[in-house]
Design a binder for this molecule. Structure first.
Ligand SMILES: NC(=O)c1ccc[n+]([C@@H]2O[C@H](COP(=O)([O-])OP(=O)(O)OC[C@H]3O[C@@H](n4cnc5c(N)ncnc54)[C@H](OP(=O)(O)O)[C@@H]3O)[C@@H](O)[C@H]2O)c1
Length: 282
């Protein structure tokens, strides 16, 4: 398996604390718990070395079982998991439960999954993540779905700047202002739903560029993210499509092709608006 990783050559991005993260990872949102071990084993076999899960996905145990079964050394796999909304007041215990389910004694990246501003707990949660980081239980800490005002509130009360902000980004919904703000603060941007949950693959512009390169639309969209330095975590339950997605690292788009895809912005969010996400949601 090690040789497959070398063949795949996924570039890494350096986070603000020096930790390296593979720029293309594998997301497991909506992967059923009972299928997770086998699907993540396929992903590791394909060459993925970065897995993105969450307590709310209820499949951390399957991710952990796949990693254990793979025989790949723990330190060669980058694991992200996330704090459930209802556990922001109790992040230390929630983290222990996630690490136990994953079967690991440290996590590479731990994120606050949603700010849930109505709950008023994300700063308190961050203080607990800062302690997990200081204790060496996590190599990096970050946030997800944080809008500009949530970042401002967090930074005003924090010692550690988040390493990443994981937000919805794809050609038809790019959040350019929020990405620029995150980057200006030293926070790396991770794109979730990078394929627009599959919908953006139907865009005529994407299909036409794919035809020109002799690749799939998914590789074009992922290549567009990679060209901008964004970390991407596409999900596929299908071993052929997961390999296809990984192949995006071999693609180079021209600046004009990048600009044509950027012009697809439509402002249409596929997921939930973070300002409205509720405590019960995740
Ligand atoms: N932080 C958050 O709040 C948050 C929210 C949403 C997602 N995420 C993370 O981001 C990851 C990815 O997001 P996502 O799952 O919402 O959406 P996505 O990766 O944009 O799209 C996944 C969809 O695209 C299809 N697909 C994947 N590769 C394809 C290909 N090569 N050709 C055609 N169709 C393809 C998949 O179907 P098949 O499986 O059948 O291939 C699935 O229906 C998640 O798994 C999760 O880790 C985080």
């Amino acid at each position: 398996m090690t040789s497959q990783t070398q063949e795949t050559s996924v570039p890494t991005v350096t986070l603000n604390n020096g930790v390296q993260i593979p720029q293309l990872g594998f997301g497991v949102f909506q992967v059923p718990p009972e299928e997770t071990q086998s699907i993540v084993e396929d992903a590791l076999e394909a060459g993925y070395r970065h897995i993105d899960t969450a307590a709310a996905y209820r499949n951390e145990a399957g991710v952990g079982a796949a990693i254990a079964a793979s025989g790949i050394p723990r330190e060669e796999i980058f694991i992200t998991t996330k704090l459930r909304n209802g556990e922001q007041g109790n992040a230390t215990e929630a983290f222990d439960n996630s690490a136990h389910a994953l079967g690991v004694d440290y996590v590479d990246l731990y994120l606050i999954h949603w700010p849930v501003p109505s709950q008023g707990l994300f700063v308190q949660a961050w203080k607990q993540l800062e302690r997990l980081y200081a204790n060496g239980q996590v190599r990096a800490i970050g946030v997800s779905n944080f809008l500009a005002d949530h970042l401002d509130t967090l930074l005003a009360a924090s010692n550690v700047v988040p390493a990443v902000n994981q937000i919805e980004i794809h050609p038809t919904f790019q959040q350019q202002e929020l990405s620029a703000k995150s980057r200006s603060l030293g926070i790396m941007v991770e794109a979730y739903s990078p394929l627009g949950q599959g919908a953006d693959l139907e865009a005529a512009t994407v299909k036409s560029i794919a035809g020109r390169h002799g690749t799939s639309p998914a590789q074009i969209v992922l290549g567009w993210h990679l060209a901008q330095g964004t970390i991407v975590i596409p999900k596929s339950a299908d071993s052929t499509r997961m390999r296809e997605n990984l192949g995006a690292v071999r693609l180079t788009l021209t600046p004009a092709e990048v600009a044509d895809i950027t012009a697809l912005e439509s402002g249409a969010r596929a997921g939930t608006d973070p300002a409205l996400a509720a405590h019960s949601q995740m």
